[in-house]
Design a protein around this ligand. Structure first.
Ligand SMILES: NC(=O)c1ccc[n+]([C@@H]2O[C@H](COP(=O)([O-])OP(=O)(O)OC[C@H]3O[C@@H](n4cnc5c(N)ncnc54)[C@H](O)[C@@H]3O)[C@@H](O)[C@H]2O)c1
Length: 253
């Protein structure tokens, strides 16, 4: 299986966060030049500096995925630094920040914000980099969904299910340009945000513990295999799919 990424350029959004950081490291170790993009520009710089210390080719960039101008400016910076874009990982999202309020009372302003960041943001970033991918003869877009999409997981779950829908719609349109669009739906990942969203001793953690077939919780590194598969030539014949990487929590037929 060819998962080498030598000569490729990858952007990971939300890479100042727990999973994004692990994704960026995995892509860098596979040979890609990696762009650490986050609304937390200082955090992005700090992760980039860590990865540089590990000998990886990387830059940190401030990015607000809800702002088309910000995404276009990021794409320009990346092209100036590394020549273009081959891989986009739409990982940035709101999760722990979302209130657990029942949908019947959920504030609509917050609903709009969740949809804007968690779904529209992925489209905005795709729009910014697709021209470069087309110019380079193809590309890979990987959208970070969630098992929460398939269990009626409140506003968060709806936003992630919409992201799976966007994955399919983009895959249909971009296939002719040799751009594969797939998604990863993780289970419960041990990041700071993961612990804030589902604290120890919370009913959610207990439910995960009971439902996962292999194991309920995992470090971000356990998602890297799926990411490298979807980011590399190994998945050239696959598009419009969502891989559940969750220890056997969600099993879709
Ligand atoms: N941790 C889990 O258990 C888990 C499970 C399933 C899916 N996920 C998904 O994985 C991804 C990363 O999760 P994490 O645990 O690392 O969370 P995290 O909160 O550590 O990372 C999210 C990152 O996105 C950034 N971000 C937020 N809004 C942004 C914006 N408008 N523009 C640019 N960046 C923005 C944040 O600054 C943060 O660094 C998210 O998409 C999340 O929904 C996480």
């Amino acid at each position: 299986m060819d998962t080498t990424l030598e000569g490729k350029v990858a952007i990971v959004t939300g890479a100042a966060g727990g999973i994004g950081q692990a994704y960026a490291r995995a892509l860098g170790r596979a040979g890609a030049a990696v762009v650490i993009a986050d609304i937390n520009a200082e955090g992005a710089e700090s992760v980039a500096s860590d990865l540089k210390g590990e000998g990886l080719r990387t830059i940190g960039v401030g990015l607000d995925i809800t702002q088309p101008e910000s995404a276009r400016s990021m794409a320009k910076t990346v092209t100036q630094a590394f020549g273009g874009v081959d891989i986009l990982v739409n990982n940035a999202a709101l999760m722990a920040e979302i209130p657990q309020t029942p949908l019947a009372e959920f504030p609509i302003e917050m609903w709009d914000r969740v949809m804007k960041v968690n779904c529209t943001g992925a489209l905005i970033c795709a729009q910014a980099v697709v021209p470069s991918m087309i110019e380079r003869g193809g590309g890979k877009i990987i959208n970070q969904a969630s098992g929460g999409a398939f269990i009626g997981g409140g506003a968060y779950g709806v936003s992630k299910l919409a992201l799976v829908g966007l994955t399919v719609a983009l895959a249909r349109e971009l296939g002719r340009h040799k751009i594969n669009v797939n998604a990863i739906a993780p289970g419960a990942i041990n990041t700071d945000a993961g612990f804030r969203a589902a604290p120890e001793d919370s009913p959610f953690r207990a439910m995960m513990q009971q439902q996962a077939a292999i194991q309920a919780f995992a470090p971000p590194e356990d998602l890297a295999g799926a990411l490298l598969f979807l980011a590399s030539a190994a998945s050239n014949y696959m598009t419009g799919q969502c891989l559940n990487v969750d220890g056997g929590w969600i099993m879709r037929l």
